[in-house]
Design a protein around this ligand. Sequence first.
Ligand code: ATP
Ligand code: MG
Length: 786
Amino acid sequence: MQARAAPYLEKLNPQQRQAVETLDGPVLMLAGAGTGKTSALTARIAHLIHTGRARPNEVLAVTFTNKAAREMKERVGRHLGGAIEGMPWLGTFHSVCVKLLRRHAELVGLKSNFTILDTDDQIRLLKQLIVAANMDEKRWPARQLAGLIDGWKNKALTPEKVSGRETAAFDNRGSELYAAYQARLKTLNAVDFGDLLLHMVTIFQTQPDVLAQYQRWFRYILVDEYQDTNVAQYLWLRLLAQGHKNICCVGDDDQSIYGWRGAEVGNILKFEKDFPGAAVIRLEQNYRSTEHILSAASGLITANEGRLGKELWTEAEGGEKVRLIGHWDGEEEARWIGEEVEAIQRGTRGNPPISLNSQAILVRASHQMRAFEDRFLTIGLPYRVIGGPRFYERLEIRDAMAYFRLVTSPDDDLAFERIINTPKRGLGDKAQQRIQVAARENGLSLLDGARMLVAEGALSGKAAGQLRLFVENVARWHEEVVQASPATAVTRAEDDELLIEPAEDGVAPANDLSHVRLAERILEESGYVEMWQNDKTPEAPGRLENLKELVKALEQFDNLQGFLEHVALIMDNDKAETEEKVSIMTLHAAKGLEFPVVFLPGWEDGLFPSQRSMDESGLKGLEEERRLAYVGITRAEELCTISFAGNRRVYGQWQSQMPSRFIDELPPAHIDVLTPPGLYGGGMNGGGFGGSSAMEDRVSRADVYNSPGWRRLQNAQSRGVSQPREARHMVIDAKGESDYEIGDRVFHKKFGYGEVMGSEGDKLVVEFDKAGEKRLLSSFVVPAAD
Ligand code: ATP
Ligand code: MG
C-alpha cells in the first residue's frame, strides 16, 4: 500500500503507528513526556492528507502555543514534501477562533473588523467601569475584576450564566460589571482574548446551522496538550467533533500546568465517556532524554497523588546525572549559568561543542529573566526571550499600533484615547471630555464624536485646528486602508497561524506593500515620529529605531489588519534567526519543547514552588507546581542543571531563601550535587560535563546545606552579615585569606592561575599566566591549591 511506504511512518513505533493509522472514530493518546505524542500527531495529519482521507483544509489541528503550532506546521510540511494544495487549519485555539469569529462576528453583535484588546486596554476599560459604578478602585482593583471575568470566560460563562456563589464576587457586583464590560466591548467593536472562544462557543450553541456547517467541514480534528484545555475549549471541541467524531486528542496528565487558568485535567478522563468506543493508546518509550534525566523527573512526580500513573523508559542509558548547585545569590547564579552556557558552547567541559540554540534557561516566573538578561548583555552572550516582555509592549510600539488600530477600526475608542493627544495637540482633559460627552450623547464612537465637534465648530483656538487636522487625517488614512484591502481579506504571512484559508474564502489581495508605505506616512503625518525626533531623552533614538523595526515587520503581511491580528495573538515574536542564541523562557512557555541542555534556576521555596501554592490549603497548587517541575526536567535531552540561590533581592530587600522542597524529592541516585563556585572547600566546582562530585546517600536540602560551600554561606550569614557581597568577603575572611600578599598564587574561574602583583582595598592586581594582568575583586579568586 502506498501509505505504508510513506517516510513519515517509518520512524514510528507500533503504538504511534496505531495512533496514526486509526483514522475512524475517536482516539486518545495518553502518554508521558517525550514519548512522541506530538510526533505521532503530526504524522497523523500528514497521513490523513497523504492517503486522501481529507483535503488539507478539512483538517483542524489545535495546539497550545504559537511556537508549537509553528513547529508542527513545519513538520507536516516536511512529511509531505511541501507539495500539497492548501494547508490544514493549524494553530492555537485563539488563532483558529479569531478566523472563525471574523466570518460570523455579526452573530454576536460585532463587525468583522473587530479589534482584539490586549491586557492594558482591558484594564483601562474595566477601571472606567469600576469608577462609573462608584466603586473604590483601590479596594476593588481592575486587575482583580479582569481575572474574575477571565475565569468566567474560561468556563464559558456569559454574564447571564454567572450564578450561585459566583454572583457574590467583587462586592456582589462582579456579574453586573461583567455585563457592562461585554456591552462596552460590543460598542467598541472589540473583543478580549477570552471572548474569541466564548463567542464561538455561543455561536455554536445558538446557531445549529453554523455549527453543522463546521462539523461537516472539519472532517478530522486533532488536539495536542489536551490536558490543558479549559472548559470553554473543551466545549468548543466537543461541539465541533460531534459530527464525524473523528477526534484525536493527545495529552499527559502529569503535564497539566494550566489549572490556574481554568484547565481541567478531568477533560482527559472524560474523553472516553464523551466519545464512547474511543481507541486509547499508551506510549511508554521516551525518546528525548537520557536515563538519569528521565528517572529524576519520574521520581519527582511520584510525590503527586491522584495520577493516572505510567511507566517510562528510555534506550538512552546513563548519560549525565541531573546537576544540582546552590549559589550565594541570584546574580551569582546568573553569572555561573552564563559561564556554563559559554563553556558548553565551546566544548570546554569535555563535551562536544553544543550550540547556543540547543541551550535553554527555564524560569518559574518571568521576573526571574531579568537577572539573566542583564548578565548575558554584560558578557555579550546572545539570547532570546520567548514569551517574555516583548517588543510589541514598548511604549512607542503601542502608540504606533494604536494609530494603526484606529485607522483600520475607527470605532476603536481605546486607541483613540491613547493617541488623540500624543503627540500633544493642545487637546487637554477638557477638550477630551467634550469629545467623550458628544460621543456618549449621540451614541457615536469617539472619533465620530470628535468629527461632530469639528463640524459644529464647537472648539476654538489651536485645539480646533489640530482636531480638524487629526480627524481629516484619520479619515483619509482609513480610506486608503479600505481601498488597499477589503475588511474580509486574510493575511498570508509566512508565520500566520493558519497557513491557508479554505478555498471558499476571499482572495487575499496582492501584496503591493502599499500598507507599509501607508503606515510610514501615518507615523510621519501624525507628527508621532517628529515627537521622538525632538525628544532629548536618551531613550528617544532607540524608540525611533523600534518604530523603523515595526514598519519593517509590516512587510510580511498583506494589510494592516492582518498585522494587528498577528500582534494581538502572537505570544512570541521570535522570528527564525540566523544568529545562535540561548533561549530564556518560562516553564509554561517551554511546554512541548526540547533542548539538549536545560538550566532550571531558582528552585527555592516561595519561588518554585510559588508562595501562593505553598500558602494554599490542600495540595492542588503544590501538585501543579510539581508537574511544572516535571515539565521542566523533561525538556532536557542530555544535560539538566537545577540551581538555587541562598539570597535574593525581593523588592530591593535582600531575603534569604530556602532550597525548594522539590529538591528533597529528587531521587538521589540520579543527582550530582556540585560545589558552589566562588566559595571553596578546596578545588573548583566538581562535576560539570563528565565530572562527578555526587554526594553519597541521599540528596536533601540538608545535604545541600552541608556541602562545603553552602556551609560557608550559612556561617557567614549566621555571623550577622546581611549584605551578600560583604558576606562573601567574610567567607574568604573566615578562611583567613582575605589579604593576599604579593607573590601569592591564585586561581580564577575564567582566567586560570596567576600571581598577585598588588592589592588595593578589596581589589587585587593579578598577573594571570595566560590572560595577562587583570584588576579584580579578591573574592573572585581563590588561593591556588598548588
Ligand atoms: P511532550 O510530552 O514533552 O510534549 P511528546 O510526547 O510530544 O513530548 P515528541 O516531542 O513528539 O514527544 O517527541 C520527543 C522526541 O522524540 C522528539 O525529538 C522526537 O523526534 C523523538 N521521537 C518521537 N518518536 C520517535 C520514534 N518513534 N523514534 C525515535 N525518535 C522519536
Ligand atoms: Mg508534545
